[in-house]
Design a protein around this ligand. Structure first.
Ligand code: SF4
Length: 239
């Protein structure tokens, strides 16, 4: 046995080396394995809210984004059972908001849509909520379409921790949780948000959109139109 060899765990039977302190999802990704996720992003600390990355670690369900890798762990990831749970969670997300993919500027570049395709989701299954969420077009360069928010908090984290502007927050509780803009008017146009901010390009779905750039790349020729999200390991979070 080579004492210098990194410790490993198995992911769906394949050996995955890891560095001490590394999470399962980070090690898996580095080794070229796709663990489905929405709220996790390599540039930000784990958030652990979407639960799409739930795997089985030695038989017990655990979030791959917050669970540290350990030597000898047996991790199940892309099993029929886990992907079926993921599909159900995605279907719940789809009906909770208003996700009309054919008319969405993010279609083909959307991590939610691409993950749903990856899980074999063909329809919403549950009854749609059709919430009333008006768009915010008050900013000169950025449009906010709240209808598509999946509450991943990436924009909250990016604006707070990278841009140091605190433009976004999550308000309400439970089913009433929603994205809010931190301005007395509640309007993005009354904040310091700028097009070059990290928060402006981190949204995995079609909420935070740059104005006057819509459909520059036609639908059908976009990232996830060309290949499934699982084929982009290491790059699937490049929004
Ligand atoms: S606006 Fe986008 S980045 Fe922000 S919480 Fe909603 S889905 Fe996540």
């Amino acid at each position: 046995m080579n004492d210098d060899a990194p410790p490993t765990f198995t992911l769906d039977g394949e050996d995955v080396p890891f560095e001490p302190g590394e999470t399962i999802i980070a090690a898996a990704r580095r080794a070229g394995f796709y663990v489905p996720h929405l709220c996790w992003h390599p540039d930000f600390p784990p958030h652990g809210s979407c639960r799409i990355c739930t795997v089985r670690v030695d038989g017990r369900a655990a979030a791959a984004c917050t669970t540290k890798a350990a030597a000898g762990q047996e991790v199940e990831n892309r099993t029929e059972e886990l992907d079926a749970h993921r599909k159900t969670m995605l279907q719940m997300l789809f009906v909770e908001g208003n996700h009309f993919c054919p008319s969405c500027e993010k279609s083909g570049n959307c991590v939610l849509q691409a993950t749903a395709y990856e899980m074999g989701m063909e329809g919403p299954h549950f009854e749609e909520f059709y919430p009333n969420r008006p768009v915010d077009a008050s900013h000169p360069d950025i449009l906010l379409d709240f209808n598509r928010c999946i509450l991943c908090e990436l924009c909250v984290r990016a604006s707070r921790d990278v841009d140091h502007k605190n433009v976004f927050a999550i308000g309400g509780h439970g089913i009433g949780s929603h994205l809010v803009v931190n301005a007395p008017s509640g309007k993005l146009g009354d904040t310091a948000m700028a097009l070059g901010d990290r928060a402006a390009d981190v949204c995995p779905v079609g909420v935070i959109l740059t104005k006057r750039r819509g459909f520059v790349i036609p639908i059908g020729e976009r990232r996830f139109d060309r290949h499934p999200i699982s084929a982009e390991v290491g790059d699937e979070d490049a929004r």
